[in-house]
Design a protein around this ligand. Sequence first.
Ligand code: G3H
Ligand code: 13P
Ligand code: ZN
Length: 307
Amino acid sequence: SLITTKEMFAKALKNDYAIGAFNVNNMEIIQGIVDAAKEENTSLILQVSAGARKYAKPAYLLKLVEAAILDTGLDIALHLDHGEDFDICKKCVDDGFTSVMIDGSKHPFEENIRLTKEVVDYAHSKGVVVEAELGKLAGVEDNIKVDARSATFTVPEEAAEFVEKTGVDSLAVAIGTSHGAYKFKGEPYLDFERLQKIHQLIPDTPLVLHGASTVLPEFVQKCNEYGGNIPGAQGVPEDMIKEATKHGICKVNIDTDLRLAMTAEVRKHLIEHPEDFDPRKYLGPARDAIKRMVQHKIKNVLNASNI
Ligand code: G3H
Ligand code: 13P
Ligand code: ZN
């Protein structure tokens, strides 16, 4: 059924595994993900960005997620990813989402608290849980110096004050990840010391890792081999994701890896079968590739099989 993340996170926090939170915007992506989760007998989060909501239209996504639950019988949380203001969070709560993110990370600390609290008050009154973000996720273009970058990382003491003052259900932290396919120029680096400190100060708060795709080399190579051009793409190594789940990370956000898996397979199919023009011929294999990739993550990286 459609559930909130409350129990999912409580169990994940206690047992050092993480729930996969996958970004969705069409039928094949949703089917690939939930079919993987079904085989691994796990619950999961399907999340929708403002962009995805606009692309697919709210009603289609809601109904596709309902259909996924009907078809698989899985427990799924439907989550708004990076809501930027009260209005979009309210719309999603009213639409039946079970979880929303208010991303006030671009605002000063006090304004982030005020905005988050406003969303928490509304969402909680409707039985919906809220994720907030403190600290800024650096893009690779901001990756000038590690020093300059770490200035935007989450300050542990602020995280404690933030959670206390907002009553938020989970908190996204900035410890060195970033969105997209170009996360690190040199060696991958996450500030685990900082993560541990945050987790020590707010041990009961589920923490969220955004920008957590591994940018699997298999898919990058396949894209490049079949006409793509994404040189130097690099993500968070799987060992680092595993490590993060031991220090309070309960939700691992994945979008880029889905995009790469899907695109690699579509590129390959179209090059190898120039005679095909039925979308099912290339979207089918793309859906299968998503399923395999998601199943691998649930089982081998997030440690969330049979939960
Ligand atoms: O956090 C960003 C997610 O990857 C969603 O991306 O805004 O392009 O849908 P999007
Ligand atoms: P990736 O770009 O690493 O997949 O991160 C996705 C994300 O954080 C969505 O909120
Ligand atoms: Zn994100």
